[in-house]
Design a protein around this ligand. Structure first.
Ligand code: HEC
Length: 211
């Protein structure tokens, strides 16, 4: 009889223990749910901008993409962005900088062209890409995934087997944007005025060519 009541007591204690754990679980779940809802509500959608495109435009502006991707024109204080050609890359008709490339390469220097869209350095010559929505000269036909691959992994054309994007495109930094930020940048670029400027292909280093 004594043995029986001992067993009953152990079973009862176990029930009380399990039941109390369950109650704790129940109590904590709704609290967590409330917390995450509050956090979501507090987060401004699109970084506080009206829509995804406006947010992307803001990131492109403060991210300095125009510095290299928009040709310059002379203003009262020197070169300024030529907004008629915004983000259209190195102008196809612009002559190359006349410079001793061998000297630049051997000294590890970098020289930028007057429009700040072409760059000479140890990698050869690179030309800032056309980022407008033009379907052939720009990135109008690109998918969001292609864009993210290009800036995250530095792959030209957003193609995984493609060549590496050359300096001075700062993709190791630009690629650190969050997915949402990159998607907003993509959405903005796809909304830009298409400019049909076919950017020249890069040139290999002259020193490497002589080897
Ligand atoms: C310091 C100059 C510089 C800045 C700043 C810059 N880029 Fe670039 N970018 C380049 C150059 C030069 C290339 C072309 C390199 C090549 O041909 O390999 C390029 C290429 C790209 C490409 C690849 C295009 C293609 O057809 O594959 C993308 C996408 C791009 N840039 C996006 C951006 C965005 C977005 C920003 C701003 C957040 C930005 N870049 C800022 C210089 C720059």
């Amino acid at each position: 009889m004594k043995k029986f009541s001992m067993i009953a007591l152990i079973i009862l204690m176990s029930f009380i223990f399990i039941f109390s754990r369950c109650k704790q679980g129940e109590a904590s779940t709704p609290e967590l749910a409330i917390d995450s809802t509050q956090t979501q509500a507090m987060l401004p959608a699109y970084g506080g901008f009206e829509n995804q495109v406006e947010w992307g435009k803001h990131i492109v502006t403060i991210g300095g993409c125009n510095d290299c991707h928009t040709p310059k024109k002379m203003g009262p204080n020197g070169p300024e962005d030529n907004l008629d050609l915004a983000l259209s890359g190195h102008p196809s008709q612009m002559p190359d900088i006349s410079i001793n490339r061998k000297e630049i390469e051997s000294k590890g220097l970098m020289v930028a062209g007057g429009s700040f869209t072409s760059f000479v350095g140890p990698w050869g010559v690179s030309y800032a890409a056309n980022l407008t929505s033009d379907s052939t000269a720009g990135i109008g036909n690109w998918t969001e995934d292609q864009f993210i691959l290009a800036v995250r992994k530095g792959k030209y054309g957003g193609v995984s087997g493609g060549r590496n994007i050359l300096p001075p495109m700062p993709w190791p930094n630009v690629g650190q944007m969050t997915d949402d930020e990159l998607k907003a940048v993509y959405a903005y670029l796809e909304s830009t005025k298409p400019i049909h400027n076919i950017v020249p292909q890069p040139q290999p280093p002259v020193m490497a060519m002589k080897k």
